[in-house]
Design a binder for this molecule. Sequence first.
Ligand code: Z57
Length: 833
Amino acid sequence: AGLEKTASVEPASTALVPAPVDIANKLRYLFGRNGDYTVTDAYQGTAWSVREKLIDSFNKTHDHWKEEDPKFIYYLSAEFLMGRSLINTVYNLGLDGEYAEALNQLGYEMEKVADAERDAALGNGGLGRLAACFLDSMATLDLPGWGYGIRYKYGMFKQALKNGYQVELPDIWLTKGNPWELRRDDVKFEVGFGGRVERRKQGNKEVTMWTPSEKVIAQAYDNPIPGFNTPTTSNLRLWDAVPLTEFDLSAFNAGDYDRAMLERERAEGISAVLYPNDSTPEGKELRLKQQYFFVSASLQDVLSRFKAVHGNNFDLLPEKACFQLNDTHPTIAVAELMRLLLDVEGLDWDQVWTISTKCLNYTNHTVMPEALEKWPVKVMAKMLPRHMEIIEVINEGWTKWLAGHLKDLAPEERAKRIAAMSIIHENPWNKDEMLVNMAYLAVVGSSAVNGVAAIHSNIVKDEIFNDFYQIFPSKFQNKTNGVTPRRWLAWCNPELASLITDTLGTSEWINDTEKLAGLRAYASDKAFQVKWAAVKKAKKAKLAELIKKVHGDEVNQDALFDIQIKRIHEYKRQYLNVLSIIWRYKQLKKMSPEERKKAVARVCVIGGKAASAYDMAKRIIRLVTAVGDVINKDPDTKEYLRLYFLPDYNVSLAETIIPAAELSQHISTAGTEASGTSNMKFQMNGCLIIGTWDGANIEIAEETGIDNVFVFGVRAEEINQLRKERKNFKTDPRWDELMRDIEGGMFGDKDYFKPLVDSVNNMKVGNDWFLLANDFASYLKAQEDVDACYKDQSEWLRRSIMYTAGSGKFSSDRTIREYAEDIWHVKPCRPTV
Ligand code: Z57
């Protein structure tokens, strides 16, 4: 008894229980609550109730996919910046009405309840949020596809301000449980590190054996991803690192309690914390460990499912599975897929190389050389000795092939080209160290390489990987980023969404954003403009409420709401924004009260986190808060100008800020922002853009009408030359004045701001690397154009409508369709209802 198979019993779906009863049941049986619910209770009861509907949909989808056995896309990413799930889940599943009503019966409002959820912040910024938007679109388009990543115990740190300086607090997001995940106790894989590699004769075959010195278990957690307006619910599988044996009993018998506990800590450390750097890699060993950990578990998982259906017919693998490498972080997959097929499955090199390169594709997200990952050979050889060997063999084959391919070049030139394309090369800053260039490994080891906006993909082809492009031109593609119109328009701005739906006479635009173009016909319609303005006003009131809560200040809600929210980075030039705000302040100060009344009032908001070790970024935050402290208190000007730093910028804060924005700033040095994605979210919400000719700004301007966008600054093609000529650049007298102001202590903290002034103000080569001084004058001019336009509210509203109308291209549905067709060759597979 107990060993026989249990009789099969079909469970009754809780979909049959009315939502209010189900919520009360969850609260009683999961939380021991009987009435007197708090808002947090209401959230928990609702979330655990909705979870079951989500799992029903998830199961149906996966039963169907199992039966159909379609080709799958696996999106490998070290980051998934999911944000909150409740609102997205009920809306995507079409349960919003039912649950809003249920909550009303319990005496709660959906919006307030939703606010009790903590963000899942398993990402830094654009790269991680892009991965989250892609999952939404893959599910919505019924594409068989999963995300794979790490279940960090601590996500992106919480940012607080202390006396105007950033302080970092841990993001302890799992303490109250997570209703959106499902632990799969039957899905675990061993992942090894270190140790040695041996060769043995097995019959007449030589086999390679890697004996790791350290092992951990990767434990799977599934996070169902509901599509919108479809029965499809796909999956994000995240791995948690746990020790090999829950408690190593022999260690306890030997009285070695400390060692066993340390072992646990070492294992758990692998998935403990997200590295808080956006677009600058952290060269720490633990980071490489994290990368290999999730890549190895994911590949083992896919291969085990493949084998269960197709046995050892691995030549079929490229027809059943493909992997997208989200930046270089998962690039160790090139060597791991080789190792699994060579050493574990016993195939031979040439066959494995063909399979592996067919299955893998790589997306590049940055062109800044310091942001391209390179691991010291020494580090990799110690942690992943077998992988280092495999990479060496790949590189030998590659350079040999290159020698043949370039045989017509003069020997010297040929050697130079080969050295420049070698996956393993010297560290240019330290001749004693050899590095593995992960981007080169990804380019050589994949079928397709793509950039994330048109200009970026051109830089990828013409500059950073030009040598490779010349050899494999057809490998290189562009896939302009997109964002999900569900979260970033329909669900975060329901007021605008209903106005759009009423106007177009259909809500089909939520799945087919090209339909938004229908709004162009209303752009100059005065009656429509009035309605459009009313929505913006309501959203501004909400943001004003938030500013009041955080800073205690009332702001003028008729002022122009001017927003810059993104990670703090020198290349994104928040500093340039602050300089123009100081300039505006000084101009206002000089005006008579009568003159001031004619000025356009602005409420400026800046938000974003600085990587904890990024000193200059932290100084920029302090400059923002210090300038705000002076401006916001000045009785002469405070009616006309405010500057607030909103701390802890994250996905849910973005959902409040973006719908309220009237002007948003995307002012990176041309050629440095690969794409940007918040620019698309602002555009969808009818927010005008002031920006440089960079990243996706260019395509946004094309779609919106270039005359509707405030474009300024030098172009990407001029940058190299301008950097060389830095010494001869003559700064604007207004710039010199501002430098003296900051240096002279106008905003206090003189010493702390000195390095900021010095970083842009010494006219020598290498200084002001991001060319703030060069763009300063044209930026001020563009800001004057903004003011002039805002004074003509009808023209401003016309443009605002044109932005939303022109945003159709920037749905991640479009992006994902392009990936599916041009790279993945994956087709929709929709479960029947
Ligand atoms: C990151 O958020 C991005 C690139 C990186 O290499 C890393 Br690491 C993190 C961003 C780019 O900076 C954005 O321009 C881009 O829109 C985003 O990735 C998504 O492609």
